[in-house]
Design a protein around this ligand. Structure first.
Ligand code: PLP
Ligand code: COI
Length: 341
């Protein structure tokens, strides 16, 4: 695959696709310690055909973004939270985690090295940052590796859900993406592999993505595709699911704080699929999804419409505007959220 040049890119129509940019950050772990990481140009990783990460799925990743500010500088959004989540994911999979302070510095370094690929402010596009940690030790037994590769690539992206802030339709699935006590709280590739078949079925049926229900009762909302769910009640509560099998979303924790500023009362709680009437608005939230209004959820053939199937609700819009203004540096947010590169 040829390297992408800036002149190849149409900032308005980036889609959510991979581009092979000039630099990525890479570090290796051997003999119980991390070797010094550095920027490299080769986008291929080299490891044994027997690498534990390839066969037994001992690998984790992260996702965050860099934003071009109006003054031409670049912000990254709460990278310390992704560093911390990656460390927790590593713990769950018995991996050597990359030190959190070095993680943040590495992200800055790789964004700086590829800075001409951070889309212009006016485009509303971003530079997506994808850290990966994978066990490279060759083994045929199911044992944690002793050797790890940590790699961060970046790629410019537009909206994950085409149509921007347009509401989309979701459908529940009989499949689960993760079990209670499983790896749902960790950002493990296997969770996403498990979501591909239900995702494809939802797309085939004309929906934008899947609503996963809790794996025990199949009654409570867990996640929306690759994003967390929120609903805003008629009496101004901002509710989001509490469950041991969902990914602790950086966007979710940010919105739980911003909701308070807007006079909403935030709460992580159980949300039954049979109790959607109480919500006047609903949305998906995540790094890729940002905030995407949920137009409707169909469960067992019954379609529930929230605010509108075509228009974004005012509270969802206000949360979106505030979050995005902080990310792009137009408005000041809580201390430490927008980190200058
Ligand atoms: N849930 C899943 C399954 C995800 O893949 C993501 C994306 O990272 C999220 C939720 C949202 O998390 P965040 O806001 O940290 O991107
Ligand atoms: C993200 O929002 O960063 C994610 O990881 C979702 C991804 C599956 C596109």
């Amino acid at each position: 695959m040829a390297k992408t040049k800036v002149s190849d890119l149409d900032w308005q129509n980036l889609g959510f696709v991979y581009h092979d940019l000039p630099y990525r950050y890479r570090a290796e772990y051997h003999n119980g310690k991390w070797e010094a990481g550095k920027l490299v140009t080769d986008s291929h990783l080299e490891m044994s055909e027997a690498a534990v990460g390839l066969h037994y799925g001992q690998q984790i990743f992260e996702g965050l973004k860099a934003y071009r500010r109006q003054d031409g500088g670049v912000n990254i959004f709460r990278p310390d939270r992704n560093a911390a989540r990656m460390a927790r994911s590593a713990e769950r999979l018995l991996m050597a985690s990359y030190p959190e302070d070095l993680f943040v510095e590495a992200i800055k370094e790789v964004v700086k090295a590829n800075q001409e690929f951070v889309p212009p402010y006016e485009s509303g596009a971003t530079l997506y940052i994808r850290p990966l940690l994978i066990a490279a030790t060759p083994d045929i037994g199911v044992h944690p590796g002793n050797d790890y590769i940590f790699n961060i690539f970046v790629t410019p992206v537009g909206a994950y859900y085409p149509g921007g802030l347009a509401p989309t339709a979701y459908v529940t699935s009989d499949f689960d993406r993760a079990a209670h006590g499983g790896t749902g709280q960790a950002k493990v590739g296997g969770n996403y592999a498990a979501s591909m078949l239900p995702g494809e079925q939802a797309h085939q049926a004309g929906y934008s993505d899947v609503v996963y229900l809790d794996p025990r009762l199949h009654e409570n909302i867990e996640e929306l595709g690759s994003a967390n769910f929120f609903g805003i009640t008629k009496d101004n509560r901002f509710l989001t699911p509490k469950s041991p099998s969902i990914l602790p979303s950086v966007t979710k924790y940010s919105l739980l704080e911003l909701a308070v500023e807007m006079g909403l009362q935030p709460e992580e709680t159980t949300i039954s699929i049979y109790d959607l009437d109480k919500f006047s608005e609903a949305g998906a939230m995540g790094t890729a999804a940002v905030i995407s209004p949920v137009g409707s959820i169909t469960h067992q053939g019954n379609k529930h419409v929230f605010y509108s199937e075509t228009e974004v609700g005012p509270k969802t819009q206000a949360l979106y505007d505030r979050l995005v203004a902080i990310q792009y540096g137009d408005e000041k947010g809580p201390e430490g959220w927008a980190v200058d590169v």
